[in-house]
Design a binder for this molecule. Structure first.
Ligand code: DGL
Length: 268
């Protein structure tokens, strides 16, 4: 069991920003990443549909013998209690609570601004996770175009900046002087530069990647589940367009992705 891989999934490439932090923090582990690229985006779909898709993705990973599942998707993490119950006793970790903790570590009393997909904003999971720990004022903004922009690799230039202004300026007007802006979607870290340019360098940008990696490391350690010996190469599963995933995924993962390691699967 110790040398079984860790499963990670997202609707597309965004979860690779979390896998990057995991692979850096846990170099001895093997990872299997699943991107449900055929059905992206999750953020504009109903909570029921996202739960169904997420469970299918998790089952595809458990069928490959993973020892734990990381839901590297905020939108799917809204359904964390349901997924935990459905996959028990397999450990399942989401990214929303770690993201809330990361924000409060920077600004314990807020104010905290959160940008995320429509589904995450509607589910209110960030507001609940933050308010479970602090009474910090929170304002949220859905940024639906950020996901297709990131998947297209459109991460800078005048179009990206115009879209960022359209979402972020009203948010900044609603919540004067936020101390921190939570990137509440795993696709958004690749848009960090343009987001920082619009909101200003005095607002800290926080995402859940590093703190999720720390939570996974702790869980492995506490349960004696850490890998021993040489890790196997990482493997990637996608539901569509494996070549494109290998090419564009590098922007998110920060390392080249071997096209030979990307396999197309059907989840239905
Ligand atoms: N990367 C995902 C998230 O963290 C979802 C993006 C999408 O499919 O809308 O919410």
């Amino acid at each position: 069991m110790n040398n079984a891989p860790i499963g990670i999934f997202d609707s597309g490439m965004g979860g690779l920003t979390v896998m990057r932090a995991l692979a850096e923090r846990l170099p001895g582990e093997q990872f299997i990443y699943l991107g449900d690229t055929a059905r992206l985006p999750y953020g504009t779909k109903s909570a029921e549909t996202v739960r169904r898709y997420a469970l299918q993705a998790a089952h595809a990973l458990t069928a490959r013998g993973v020892k734990l599942v990381v839901i590297a998707c905020n939108t799917a993490s809204v359904g964390l209690p349901y997924l935990k119950e459905a996959l028990a006793p397999l450990p399942v970790i989401g990214v929303i609570e770690p993201g809330a903790e990361a924000a409060l570590a920077v600004a314990p009393k807020g104010p905290i601004a959160v940008i995320a997909t429509e589904g995450t904003v509607k589910g209110g999971a960030y507001v609940s996770a933050i308010h479970a720990l602090s009474m910090a004022p929170v304002a949220q903004q859905a940024c639906p175009l950020f996901v297709p922009m990131a998947e297209e690799g459109l991460i800078d230039g005048p179009i990206a900046e115009a879209v960022a202004r359209r979402y972020l300026e009203p948010l900044m007007a609603r919540l004067p002087k936020p101390q921190v802006l939570v990137l509440g979607c795993t696709h958004y870290p690749v848009l960090k530069d343009i987001i920082a340019r619009v909101v200003g360098s005095e607002i800290a940008l926080v995402d859940s990647a590093a703190i999720t990696a720390a939570a996974v490391a702790k869980l492995l350690d506490q349960n004696g589940m850490a890998a021993r010996g040489e890790p196997q190469a990482h493997h990637f599963l996608v539901t569509d367009a494996p070549d494109r995933f290998a090419r564009v995924g590098e922007i998110f993962f920060g390392h080249p992705i071997d096209p030979g390691a990307v396999e197309q699967v059907d989840l239905q």
